[in-house]
Structures are given as C-alpha cells and as structure tokens.
Design a protein around this ligand. Structure first.
Ligand SMILES: Cc1ncc(COP(=O)(O)O)c(C=O)c1O
Length: 372
C-alpha cells in the first residue's frame, strides 16, 4: 500500500467518454458558487501559477493596478507569479495560527494600495475582522483576489467566494495532470489561451499518473516501473518549475472536472478527515491545525509537530507520502512563518482512500507517538 503524493489516474477517467458539450461547460461550477453558478465566468489554465500571472497582468492592463498586498505565508509559486507579472508587492503578516494581522492591512489602506491577495488556509475560517477589512477594501475599489487552492471544494457557511476574483489550482484535488482557474461574477475576466498546446509538463505528468496507477494496482510486469516513475516524476516537476509560458488547461483535465462528481469527492474527503481526527485524538506528539467545520473540505490533515523532518521520513518509510505546505524559498523576518515552515506537514486523506487507509495512518502515527 502507498498513500499520498501524485494522484494516479482513476478508473473513471481511463474508461469513460465524458461529455464535453457547450452545456456541460456552461454548467461547470465549484461548490462555493452554489445557485449563483450561472453568474460566474470561469477561465482555465494549466496551473494555479499560470492563472495568477495572467490575472495580475490583466488587472494591470485593465485597471492600472500595479501593486498588490500579499500574505507573508504563501506558496512560493504565488510570489513568483507576482514577480513574473511585474507587480510591486508588499506583505502583511500571518501568525502561527494563520490569523491575519488586520492592523497592517488597515495601515496599507491608508497608503493607497490598489489590490490585495487573500489566501484560504486549510479550511480555517476567515475571521470576522478580516471579512470587515475586505468589505472596506471592496467599498474603496481595491481589487480583492481570493486564492481558494487550499479550500477548492469548500462551501456552505464557510466564508468563501467574497473576492472580486477567485483563483485556484485544480490539479491538487483531482486525478488530472493540470488545471488552474480564474473566476469572477462581477468583473471582466481575461481570455483563455487560444492555442490548444499541451505542455511538456502536462504530457509527462499524465504519464507519471498512468505509471503510478499501474504500480499501486500491483502490476509488476515491468520491474523498473517505480524507478521509471520516479525519473519521469522529477522530470515533470523540473518542467513545471522552468517553463513559465501560459498554457490552457488540457482537454483531458477539462473533461474530467466538468463531469466528475464533486459531491462524492467532498464527502469522501470530509469522512476520511473526520475519521483520522478521531483516531489521532489524544496523541500529543503533534497538533491538528486544519479544520473541516462549516462546509470546509480538507485538502489534507495539516499538523504541527516537533521533529517535522523526522516524522516526514518516518512516514515515507511507512509508504505514507506527505506534503509540506510550505517550505520557505526566501528568508523571512516573521518568526511565526519560519516556525510554520519548519514544523508543519499535510497528511493525505483524499478521495482515493477510505477508513482502512486512515486506520493504517493512525496506527503508524501511534507507533511514532510511542517513540517520542
Ligand atoms: C495557495 C496556493 N496558490 C497557488 C498555488 C499554485 O498552484 P499550481 O501549483 O497549480 O501552480 C499553490 C501551489 O501550491 C498554492 O499553494
């Protein structure tokens, strides 16, 4: 058994011929849109970073917005996209509980900022004080960009969808090689790239997903399958981090997300997450920091622990592959961010799995706990 990392291609996308009619595209919506889905304009790109760069270029051209306020705790791919778009940026502080320093934003409002980037963190609800300042921003014509990458399938009472623009990475949630989105209800949106070019990254990653499907399903015809998979995987990631041209989302991925059952995926993730939380309840060697209340759908179980890298390695030795959201690419002044970057880990609980895998993870964590 192997848990986590690359989401292998699933039976559904291997064998079905989903519809891709204009109707199904019109009907596309993310859960947060609810009944307002038809009012949203959605445009799709290869990745979240592509979508962010395009959007920032677009608001510079359309509205003359040349500077943005971003949180100091965010994936380096976001800051890199801001830099590629040639935007000036300054940062506002996030603390170790992922609360925003609202006073810093207020001070920037007085300095005349024109746009702000807000990130949803792991299902943790946006505070009332942040919502208040966002309303103030919108009333002053400041463009609010909301990044829902970590909360893509959340809805309901969970506060989401308040931005003028909503951006996100789709490829982290589904069995697809690529995908990023820009949506807006009230503002003009950029065009999708008119070419149908599929990047080398997408081709390689799809191959990686197909190879993973083979080896996790126990097909050992090719003895080198896992080694070859790892080679292709590192080549695909190198490609993703070196080719920053703007690509459309592949037809393959579009068909998948236009036709998959997001309700099933949401339910599975929430059930797994809640089950895992119950199973690890009472363990002291780590703290669960993410949340699945009020319609928040977890990307994974986000924990804080001492000896993070040791735990990461230990879990790899148990065939459980976790992500770190996020390691720092540049040094920061905020000690809370440094602390988070060194101490957090995201444990997988996605739709590929069920209670059996959650129990396996908790058993391995119990062994870890006993060794601490
Ligand atoms: C919050 C956030 N936004 C955007 C991105 C960029 O998405 P992608 O990796 O699809 O480019 C990431 C990547 O991890 C992210 O964590």
């Amino acid at each position: 058994m192997e848990i986590g990392s690359v989401i292998e291609l699933d039976d559904w996308c291997m064998y079905q011929l989903p519809e891709n009619s204009a109707d199904s595209m019109k009907n596309f919506g993310l859960p947060f849109m609810g009944a307002e889905k038809p009012e949203y304009k959605n445009v799709f790109y290869q990745s979240g970073r592509n979508a962010i760069e395009v959007l920032l270029n677009f608001i510079q051209k359309e509205f003359g917005v040349d500077a943005i306020l971003i949180p100091d705790y965010v994936c380096g791919t976001v800051t890199d996209a801001v830099k590629r778009a040639g935007m000036e940026y300054s940062a506002y502080c996030i603390n170790a509980d992922l609360e925003v320093n609202v006073d810093e934003i207020k001070a920037q409002l007085d300095l005349g900022i024109k746009s702000i980037y807000v990130v949803h963190y792991f299902g943790i609800p946006v505070s009332q004080s942040l919502m208040d300042i966002i309303s103030e921003c919108r009333s002053k014509g400041i463009i609010v960009i909301e990044d829902i990458t970590m909360a893509l399938l959340s809805s309901g009472d969970f506060t989401i969808g308040f931005g003028d623009y909503i951006v996100g990475s789709l490829r982290k949630w589904f069995a697809i090689p690529d995908g990023g989105i820009i949506c807006s209800k009230c503002m003009p949106v950029p065009d999708e790239p008119s070419n149908n070019i599929v990047s080398r990254y997408t081709n390689l990653y799809m191959l990686v997903q197909a190879m993973k499907r083979e080896y996790v399903s126990g097909n050992f015809k090719n003895k080198n399958l896992k080694e070859n998979y790892l080679e292709y995987y590192s080549e695909s990631i190198k490609e993703l981090f070196s080719d920053y041209r703007i690509y459309p989302m592949s037809e393959f991925s579009k068909r998948y997300i236009f036709n998959c059952n997001m309700d099933d995926i949401r339910e599975k993730r929430i059930d797994n997450y809640n089950r895992l939380c119950d199973l690890v309840n009472g363990m002291n060697s780590f703290k669960v920091k993410s949340c699945s209340k009020d319609g928040a759908v977890p990307l994974g179980m986000w924990i804080e622990c001492d000896n993070r890298d040791k735990l990461l390695q230990y879990l790899i030795s148990c065939n459980i592959y976790c992500n770190v959201h996020w390691r720092l690419k540049e040094s920061v002044n905020n000690p809370d961010i440094k602390f988070l970057a060194d101490n957090v880990l995201t444990i997988p609980c996605d739709q590929r799995y069920g209670f059996y895998e959650m129990e396996y993870i908790s058993e391995k964590l119990k062994v870890w706990e006993e060794q601490q």
